[in-house]
Write a protein that binds this ligand. Structure first.
Ligand SMILES: [Zn+2]
Length: 120
Protein backbone atom coordinates (compact mmCIF):
# COMPACT_ATOMS: atom_id res chain seq x y z
CA UNK A 1 0.00 0.00 0.00
CA UNK A 2 2.90 2.33 0.78
CA UNK A 3 4.34 1.55 -2.65
CA UNK A 4 0.99 2.37 -4.24
CA UNK A 5 0.98 5.80 -2.59
CA UNK A 6 4.58 6.32 -3.67
CA UNK A 7 3.79 5.50 -7.31
CA UNK A 8 0.61 7.59 -7.19
CA UNK A 9 2.72 10.45 -5.82
CA UNK A 10 5.28 10.05 -8.63
CA UNK A 11 2.53 10.32 -11.23
CA UNK A 12 0.91 13.29 -9.51
CA UNK A 13 4.35 14.91 -9.17
CA UNK A 14 4.81 14.56 -12.90
CA UNK A 15 1.46 16.28 -13.43
CA UNK A 16 2.37 19.01 -10.92
CA UNK A 17 5.57 19.73 -12.88
CA UNK A 18 3.41 20.35 -15.91
CA UNK A 19 1.10 22.62 -13.89
CA UNK A 20 3.95 24.54 -12.28
CA UNK A 21 5.76 25.16 -15.56
CA UNK A 22 3.03 25.56 -18.17
CA UNK A 23 0.50 27.72 -16.31
CA UNK A 24 2.97 30.58 -15.64
CA UNK A 25 4.25 30.24 -19.22
CA UNK A 26 0.70 30.44 -20.55
CA UNK A 27 1.02 27.10 -22.36
CA UNK A 28 -1.79 24.60 -22.83
CA UNK A 29 -2.04 21.77 -20.33
CA UNK A 30 -3.34 19.40 -22.97
CA UNK A 31 -0.61 19.41 -25.59
CA UNK A 32 1.87 16.55 -25.40
CA UNK A 33 5.10 17.05 -23.49
CA UNK A 34 8.04 18.16 -25.58
CA UNK A 35 11.73 18.85 -25.14
CA UNK A 36 12.22 22.51 -24.23
CA UNK A 37 15.40 22.67 -26.34
CA UNK A 38 14.55 20.86 -29.59
CA UNK A 39 10.71 20.77 -29.30
CA UNK A 40 10.53 17.07 -30.22
CA UNK A 41 7.38 15.51 -28.80
CA UNK A 42 8.33 12.94 -26.17
CA UNK A 43 7.02 9.38 -26.36
CA UNK A 44 5.56 7.41 -23.47
CA UNK A 45 8.90 5.81 -22.60
CA UNK A 46 10.37 9.27 -22.03
CA UNK A 47 7.60 10.22 -19.63
CA UNK A 48 7.87 7.61 -16.89
CA UNK A 49 8.50 9.68 -13.76
CA UNK A 50 12.07 9.56 -12.41
CA UNK A 51 13.00 6.35 -14.28
CA UNK A 52 13.13 7.97 -17.70
CA UNK A 53 15.37 10.66 -16.28
CA UNK A 54 17.75 8.06 -14.83
CA UNK A 55 17.73 5.90 -17.98
CA UNK A 56 18.47 8.86 -20.23
CA UNK A 57 20.98 10.21 -17.70
CA UNK A 58 19.16 13.53 -17.57
CA UNK A 59 19.47 14.22 -21.29
CA UNK A 60 17.00 14.59 -24.14
CA UNK A 61 16.87 11.40 -26.27
CA UNK A 62 16.89 13.41 -29.48
CA UNK A 63 19.14 16.44 -29.05
CA UNK A 64 21.15 15.44 -25.95
CA UNK A 65 20.49 18.70 -24.13
CA UNK A 66 20.37 18.50 -20.37
CA UNK A 67 17.02 18.15 -18.63
CA UNK A 68 16.67 20.00 -15.35
CA UNK A 69 17.01 17.83 -12.24
CA UNK A 70 14.10 19.78 -10.78
CA UNK A 71 11.60 17.58 -12.65
CA UNK A 72 12.63 14.18 -11.22
CA UNK A 73 13.26 15.85 -7.84
CA UNK A 74 9.69 17.21 -7.82
CA UNK A 75 8.32 13.79 -8.77
CA UNK A 76 10.37 12.04 -6.11
CA UNK A 77 9.39 14.60 -3.48
CA UNK A 78 5.70 14.13 -4.22
CA UNK A 79 6.06 10.32 -4.25
CA UNK A 80 7.87 10.26 -0.91
CA UNK A 81 5.49 12.83 0.54
CA UNK A 82 2.42 10.82 -0.44
CA UNK A 83 3.96 7.62 0.99
CA UNK A 84 4.86 9.48 4.21
CA UNK A 85 1.27 10.77 4.55
CA UNK A 86 -0.04 7.23 4.30
CA UNK A 87 2.46 6.00 6.92
CA UNK A 88 1.64 8.89 9.26
CA UNK A 89 -2.13 9.06 8.88
CA UNK A 90 -3.37 5.81 7.35
CA UNK A 91 -6.91 6.14 6.00
CA UNK A 92 -7.84 9.04 8.23
CA UNK A 93 -9.47 12.41 7.64
CA UNK A 94 -5.90 13.79 7.85
CA UNK A 95 -4.80 11.82 4.79
CA UNK A 96 -6.35 14.02 2.08
CA UNK A 97 -5.24 17.10 4.03
CA UNK A 98 -1.66 15.80 4.14
CA UNK A 99 -1.73 14.92 0.45
CA UNK A 100 -3.00 18.42 -0.30
CA UNK A 101 -0.18 20.03 1.65
CA UNK A 102 2.44 17.86 -0.09
CA UNK A 103 0.86 18.71 -3.45
CA UNK A 104 0.89 22.45 -2.78
CA UNK A 105 4.49 22.30 -1.52
CA UNK A 106 5.53 20.36 -4.62
CA UNK A 107 3.86 22.72 -7.10
CA UNK A 108 5.18 25.83 -5.35
CA UNK A 109 8.72 24.42 -5.08
CA UNK A 110 8.93 23.56 -8.77
CA UNK A 111 7.39 26.92 -9.64
CA UNK A 112 9.89 28.72 -7.43
CA UNK A 113 12.94 26.75 -8.60
CA UNK A 114 12.19 27.10 -12.31
CA UNK A 115 10.93 30.66 -12.57
CA UNK A 116 12.10 32.45 -9.45
CA UNK A 117 9.77 33.70 -6.77
CA UNK A 118 6.14 34.36 -7.68
CA UNK A 119 5.57 38.05 -8.21
CA UNK A 120 3.14 38.36 -5.30
ZN1 LIG B 1 15.68 17.78 -27.12
Amino acid sequence: MILLFFIFGLCMGSFYNVLAIRIPAGESLFTRSHCTACSRVLNAADLVPVFSYILLRGRCRYCGSRISGIYPAGELFTGLGFAACYVLFGFDIMLPIGLGIVSAASILSVRYLTKGAPSR
